[in-house]
Write a protein that binds this ligand. Structure first.
Ligand code: DGY
Length: 354
């Protein structure tokens, strides 16, 4: 029965307003959610959490990772955890946090630092930051690929240290993208964005491999789905963008490198553990492959006396793929919004399906 004088639309609006008000009243009357933020993050994100009025925040306000003992102390009894890829969120941590923990928000697209099975068992929701770092990561991949294949680090050093005698026909020659075959391991968001950016360089052919074919993305870049072996054998450039899972640990090993061309360049911007670093060192130092560019290693930071640092044909960056000011700020804000939505039992902007 409709109330006399009110249209159906007005009544719907009224009922919506009453429901919203009731929800806000409930939220206002709830005790503040206890939240641990595990690192100094952009102010925009912290302000969002503070201004929400629903959190009581404990903050590890440092650029350096929180030591494990402080992390465990910090999470005891919390309702929400805002963390980075440097924090291992495992059974021990979840047990220490206790039953109140209902949401974990990581300021990363990668989630290999989270024990998903343990998290799922406890009904905890997880927020992460896909999409917003795709462009920055793809750009960096291209920069690293060019720096490695065109030997930019060696060239800069030679120019600076007096090695630049005169113009020499074959000095510091590297490998170009024009007419090349590029093999992409993991045609997800970033792998695809890398292909889009490499295409205008005149790449002749894209190959890709993944746990299953991705026909739509592949059609856009005219990429061919092949086995990992075929990709290794035929590519002039191999670029790694798969997620780290038990199946991809050590995927790029002795056998893989032995199949690659001696003139091929290997790039990894996913996770260090996808590569067997001892095998990579062998492949680079014996000329089995031409060069490698790594944005990720095991461990991170890679000790400065690690043998890979001694190789001229290996360019190593300190995990900076997403490091533009805008991207990191957007990631931090998205992680804050995910956390707040989780605490309010609302849909998260980017929730990981467990
Ligand atoms: C991530 O988000 O997982 C990247 O490795 C760092 O931005």
């Amino acid at each position: 029965m409709w109330l006399r004088g009110f249209s159906r639309g007005t009544l719907t609006e009224l009922s919506r307003a009453v429901t919203n008000e009731a929800r806000h009243t409930m939220q206002r009357n709830r005790p503040l959610a206890r939240v641990f933020v595990s690192r100094r993050v952009p102010q925009e994100a912290l302000s969002l959490l503070r201004d929400s009025g629903i959190c009581d925040i404990k903050h590890w306000d440092s650029d350096d990772p929180v030591p494990r003992t402080d992390l465990l102390k910090g999470v005891a009894g919390v309702d929400g955890l805002y963390c980075l890829l440097t924090e291992k969120i495992d059974k021990e941590l979840l047990d220490t946090a206790g039953p109140n923990l209902k949401v974990i928000s990581t300021m990363s697209v990668g989630f290999d630092h989270l024990s998903l099975e343990e998290i799922k068992k406890r009904g905890i929701r997880v927020g992460y930051t896909p999409d917003v770092l795709t462009n920055a990561s793809a750009e960096l991949t291209v920069a690293l690929l060019l720096a490695t294949s065109r030997r930019l680090m060696e060239a800069v050093a030679e120019a600076k240290n007096g090695g630049w005698g005169t113009w020499k026909p074959m000095w510091l020659c590297g490998y170009g993208l024009s007419d090349s075959t590029v093999g992409i391991v993991g045609l997800g968001r970033i792998g695809f964005a890398v292909a889009q950016r490499l295409k205008p360089f005149g790449v002749k052919k894209f190959l890709y491999t993944d746990y299953e074919p991705k026909p739509e993305a592949a059609a856009e870049i005219q990429a061919e789905y092949v086995s990992l072996d075929k990709l290794a054998e035929q590519s002039d450039f191999v670029t790694i963008h798969c997620t780290l899972t038990p199946e991809t640990v050590g995927l790029c090993n002795k056998e893989f490198f032995s199949k690659m061309k001696r003139t091929a360049v290997f790039i990894n911007v996913s996770r260090g553990a996808v590569v067997n670093q001892d095998d990579l060192y062998q492949a680079l130092s014996t000329g089995q492959i031409a060069a490698a560019g790594l944005d990720v290693t095991v461990p991170e930071p890679l000790p400065t006396n690690h043998p890979l640092f001694a190789l001229k044909n290996c360019v190593i960056l300190p995990h900076i793929a997403s490091a533009t000011l805008a991207t990191r700020t957007t990631m931090a804000v998205l992680a804050a919004n995910n956390l707040l939505a989780g605490l309010k039992d609302e849909p998260m902007p980017k929730e990981l399906t467990l």
